[in-house]
Design a protein. Structure first.
Length: 239
């Protein structure tokens, strides 16, 4: 099972901060819900997944990081965060070509991924992340629509705001990643009539990957370049 749940049927949503070219688990969670809300009107955190991710290189796992403006902007929201160097996209694409040109399915996806990078004109991190998320979602055959948390005129902090978004979206089930167990008030959700289901990421099979040793925790780009149309077989939702 890709997540644990009990009980009702109805509209299911997840609320996640946007990530830059995230790992396969992000898309597995996306595939399980009727709507994914990008929670980007909250504080940007440095050295996190919002503007960077891990990929395989001949020298081991490496980070690709979008440079953003942070000096003097410590309380800025994710959707307020701006790119600090417009040349990032061309550099990232050049790096990916160097690392993955020999991958079996690189050429299959080269036109669309190259256009995502070289055609990017967005200045804000949230817009960049959403552009990539929607394109990768479509490549993986996932139909879940994406919304922004700012689309919902709700207030509150932490659990209260998540609950308010669930109600505004008409959801009766909320799927959360396992890390939220440390702070999510599940009883409060239950009292409000919202079932909480917990995503788990156990049982991923390995796939033929460049540059051993194998690593599950890399961007979904690695999976696509490695196995192409067979990618869903190596994801929980596709199995």
């Amino acid at each position: 099972m890709s997540y644990t749940k009990t009980g009702t049927s109805g509209k299911t949503i997840a609320i996640l901060q946007s990530n830059y070219v995230p790992w396969k688990g992000y898309f597995d969670l996306m595939s399980l819900v009727d709507e994914l809300v990008l929670y980007d009107d909250v504080q940007f955190t440095r050295r996190d997944w919002r503007n960077r991710n891990r990929l395989k290189s001949p020298g081991g796992v490496r980070w690709l990081t979008i440079p953003v403006r942070v000096k003097g902007r410590y309380l800025q929201r994710i959707d307020e965060t701006e790119v600090s160097d417009p040349g990032w996209a061309r550099r990232h694409w050049s790096t990916l070509v160097g690392w993955y040109a020999s991958a079996p399915c690189f050429e299959q996806y080269r036109p669309v991924i190259e256009d995502l990078y070289l055609g990017s004109r967005d200045r804000h991190l949230s817009q960049i992340n959403r552009r990539f998320l929607e394109a990768l979602r479509d490549i993986l055959g996932i139909s879940t629509p994406l919304r922004s948390s700012s689309d919902y005129a709700v207030e509150g902090r932490k659990t209260e705001r998540l609950l308010a978004i669930c109600h505004s979206a008409g959801a009766d089930r909320y799927i959360s990643g396992p890390a939220a167990r440390a702070y999510l008030d599940e009883d409060r959700f239950r009292a409000d009539g919202i079932e909480v289901a917990w995503m788990t990421y156990d049982g991923y099979p390995e796939y033929p990957q460049l540059y051993p040793p194998f690593d599950h925790g890399v961007s979904v780009l690695d999976l696509l370049f490695s196995v192409g149309d067979e990618a869903p077989r190596y994801m929980l939702g596709g199995r």
